[in-house]
Ligand binder design. Structure first.
Ligand code: BDR
Ligand code: CA
Length: 314
């Protein structure tokens, strides 16, 4: 039986790859996309989610629009220098034919999880606002969700949105602290591993040879994103963020994990930093917090090969 997942996403170039990777993987049954601000604003994220499902030939999968702003502040704005003003590498896509659901992302999550207790895994690859709102709406989803496997955070390495914090968590640290503090199994696929998964220029070029609409779209959206990485990091190609969370769902044996409680900094320069209590004396702020499965090691080459293989066979 494939594992039912809801991908909560801010597409986003790497979100695009992650969504396609999941759709091409027989181990997973994507039962919905929920959208969130981050790489773009929520309205554009919703339009892009619809566009991507149409490119993939899966317009039957519902899209539920998410929150417009983080729990306690206004959204600080998109990152066109990373993902393009359209979130898709500035390639001028047509409007989607379909429309989103008229219920919110949080309502959709609660409805689906309540109707399928124990069966649904949440895969957030953007800021965690919708997940926190779903928990607020129905706290019992913590018992009914199979697992939360998220891309975000940085346990033992610096951030990417600030020296302290990873972008998804920094966009809504209050929501993240609620998600890491709820009594459910969370796996954090953060920068500790995603900065060790690199798609090389040759790997990228290979997508152009697959001959299917998803790989073709990936080839079109990647140049802008790749340019951001090559101009800002000492890397050839790109780091693989969101697809790493999907890879964990398919092939967890590619990862090494540690189990630590996590708190999220909400103040000052440390806003958005995920702080694991890695040992020794546990301070009160970390007491009685659930243990998070934190990914600390990864076989990046096998991960990149797995994703390429899935897209090639699409
Ligand atoms: C995360 O931030 C976004 O830019 C990416 O889509 C990914 O989810 C990486 O820090
Ligand atoms: Ca993302």
């Amino acid at each position: 039986m494939p594992r039912k997942i809801i991908i909560d996403t801010d597409p986003g170039v790497d979100d695009t790859m992650a969504i396609f990777f999941a759709l091409c993987s027989p181990e997973l049954d994507v039962i919905g996309l929920t959208t969130i601000f981050g790489n773009v604003d929520t309205e554009l994220a919703t339009m892009n989610a619809l566009r991507l499902l149409e490119i993939a030939g899966r317009p039957d999968i519902p899209v539920a629009p998410g929150a417009l702003n983080p729990l306690t502040k206004d959204f600080e704005g998109p990152v066109p220098f990373v993902h393009g003003a359209d979130g898709q590498g500035d390639i001028d896509l047509p409007e989607p034919a379909g429309a989103p659901l008229d219920i919110s992302a949080a309502q959709f999550i609660v409805e689906q999880v309540s109707a399928n207790p124990g069966e649904i895994t949440l895969a957030p690859v953007g800021p965690l606002t919708n997940i926190a709102l779903a928990l607020r709406l129905e706290p019992r989803i913590a018992d009914w969700v199979d697992e939360v496997v998220l891309m975000g955070g940085n346990a033992l390495v610096p951030g990417n949105a600030s020296p302290a914090a990873e972008a998804n968590i920094r966009n809504d640290p209050e929501a993240a602290d609620l998600v890491f503090g709820a009594d459910w199994q969370v796996t954090m696929v953060g920068l500790d591993v995603t900065l060790r998964v690199r798609m090389s220029p040759d790997d990228i070029a290979d997508y152009a040879t697959h001959g299917n609409p998803m790989s073709e779209h990936i080839s079109r959206v990647l140049p802008h994103y790749r340019n951001y990485f090559e101009s800002n990091y000492d890397v050839e190609g790109i780091f693989v963020h969101d697809s790493s969370a999907i890879a964990y769902l398919i092939a967890p044996e590619l990862f090494q994990t540690r189990r630590w409680p996590i708190r999220v900094g909400t103040q000052g320069l440390g806003r958005g930093k995920t702080w694991p209590a890695t040992g020794g004396h546990i301070l009160p702020a970390w007491e009685n917090r659930p243990l998070v499965n934190v990914c600390v090691g990864v076989d990046g080459e096998r991960l990149v090969a797995l994703e390429a293989e899935r897209l090639r066979e699409a």
